[in-house]
Ligand binder design. Structure first.
Ligand SMILES: [Zn+2]
Length: 501
């Protein structure tokens, strides 16, 4: 080893020692330490925003992803879209105070937008119902029923131009970026609706016309040319079509439902596979990725250094198919990927979910290799389903005077913790078991306990164990959902301990 090499080796050892001692001194190792938050968490006064920022700083959070546009409207005094401002946020310039106080504590701010999901009665839906995404029957998502309940969200068509995307959403985000010096714009609901009808949207008039053009189902230049495809080959789909004629000659006479059905169930080649759904999904994934590009280009004109983050589903291959969210296509328009690796997005119980989580993160690292930052999303409150569910069962049973055996079974699951943390409540349930009859009073007490459980009811170990699994995958950051969940489950101290290591 020559002298230069020895010096280099020595320098590396010194660097290691220095960084090692820094870690011992409490410098957090995880680079991204974020929480998702709602304006409610920060309140509507300067003092409350400062208090919230102090809470985050104490927990070593260095990035807050704060909602500024939800299904309810926008949380800043928008001049361009005053009708969309949530009441109470005209007078108080919430993002201005938030950014100032966050930056004073070296906390970065990602401004969180619901992109394509709107409230059923939101300002844009009232003003422009023609921008809503439509089913084959011409209905918006608010006409759907999901698990017996009316579906409350109004999904907008991402493709239509001029429409919601270029006339409302992009200008709204640009106005926000002009006004506020946030570090990033955060995309959420950057997709098509999936929970109610993955194959249904969008068949608005614009999409019925545009999808066939996008997928080149005919030539606009020479629409009357005959189909040139030789039909004698053994593998029809393996060849390029020279002059596709996918639409039937009387396409213009088709009803909306018939057009929609053909676009989903038809074949590209006469007699070929029923493969047109492929182009339908491709069109949707393209429209969502196109939006991430268009908004980034527009925002960079007014604030060149701003970055973008996105809350995405855990598997882009599947979400590309089901909700038009193939997030691999968001590069380079999104820098921070935040997959929502929530317990509810995996099967099995808590322990099973940890194994699936580790596997999923390894896949995500491969899918996300074109992105500078991968921060794993964890839903803290969801980790406690096993603690929460027996309480819900117990409350329901007690309110109806339910079968004592069923009450006892639910009680057994929480009895030990109740005895330690809420002995009065424990005694009340024990009394009920001796003389079971419907008790609204006891149900209300259980409900209140559930809403505000004492510290320790939700064991912090579950959160810590989950975060350790994430960190063991060697990722850059973690983003926790949500501030309100951390507060109600008394988990801030645990999160702070984890983030400080
Ligand atoms: Zn559409």
């Amino acid at each position: 080893m020559n002298r230069l090499a020895i010096l280099c080796r020595l320098a590396m050892v010194v660097a290691c020692l220095v960084s090692g001692s820094a870690a011992v001194a409490g410098a957090p190792r995880l680079k991204g330490r974020a929480v998702w938050a709602h304006p409610r968490d920060a309140g509507r006064t300067e003092a409350s925003v400062k208090a919230f920022m102090d809470l985050l700083a104490r927990a070593h959070v260095n990035t807050v992803v704060m909602e500024v546009k939800t299904a309810s409207g926008v949380f800043w005094p928008s001049q361009r879209f005053p009708e969309a401002v949530v009441s109470g946020y005209r007078e108080f310039d919430f993002p201005a105070v938030l950014v100032r106080e966050a930056h004073a504590r070296r906390i970065q701010v990602h401004a969180w937008f619901f992109d394509f999901a709107e409230g059923a009665d939101s300002a844009v839906v009232r003003a422009h119902p023609e921008w809503l995404a439509r089913s084959p029957e011409g209905q918006p998502t608010t006409a759907e029923v999901l698990r017996g309940q009316p579906y409350g969200m109004a999904w907008m068509c991402p493709a239509r131009r001029p429409g919601y995307t270029d006339q409302w959403l992009v200008p709204l985000i640009v106005e926000f970026a002009e006004r506020y010096d946030v570090d990033a714009i955060h995309h959420d609901y950057v997709r098509y609706p999936g929970d109610l009808a993955p194959d249904t949207y969008c068949f608005c008039d614009f999409c019925l016309k545009t999808l066939p053009t996008y997928a080149s189902y005919y030539s606009e230049a020479r629409p009357l040319d005959p189909l040139l495809s030789p039909m004698d080959r053994p593998h029809l789909e393996a060849h390029w079509e020279k002059s596709p004629k996918v639409l039937p000659p009387n396409w213009n006479d088709y009803s909306r439902e018939m057009r929609s059905r053909l676009l989903l169930e038809g074949s590209f080649f006469p007699g070929g596979h029923r493969d047109l759904d492929y182009f339908f999904y491709e069109y949707r994934a393209h429209q969502i990725a196109r939006f991430t590009r268009e908004v980034a280009e527009a925002v960079h004109k007014v604030r060149p250094r701003i970055e973008f983050s996105a809350a995405v589903f855990k598997n882009p291959v599947q979400s590309g198919r089901f909700i038009g969210q193939d997030w691999r296509r968001f590069s380079p328009w999104v820098q921070y990927l935040m997959p929502m690796d929530y317990l509810s997005h995996f099967g099995g119980d808590f322990e099973a979910h940890l194994e699936l989580l580790a596997e999923s993160i390894q896949q995500q690292k491969a899918w996300a290799r074109d992105f500078p930052h991968l921060w794993i999303g964890v839903a803290a409150y969801q980790l406690y389903d096993e603690e929460r569910r027996p309480l819900t069962e117990l409350r329901t049973l007690v309110s109806k005077g339910g079968d004592p055996e069923a009450v006892r079974a639910a009680f057994d699951k929480v009895s030990a913790r109740l005895l330690t943390l809420a002995p009065d409540l424990h005694a009340a349930v024990a009394t009920y078991l001796r003389e079971p009859k419907a008790s609204a009073d006891l149900a209300a007490r259980l409900s209140a306990f559930q809403a505000h459980p004492p510290a320790g009811y939700y064991p912090p170990e579950r959160l810590l164990k989950t975060l350790e699994v994430v960190r063991a995958q060697d990722v850059e950051g973690v983003v926790v959902f949500s501030a309100a969940g951390l507060t109600s489950a008394h988990l801030w101290d645990a999160l702070g301990r984890f983030f400080s290591q």
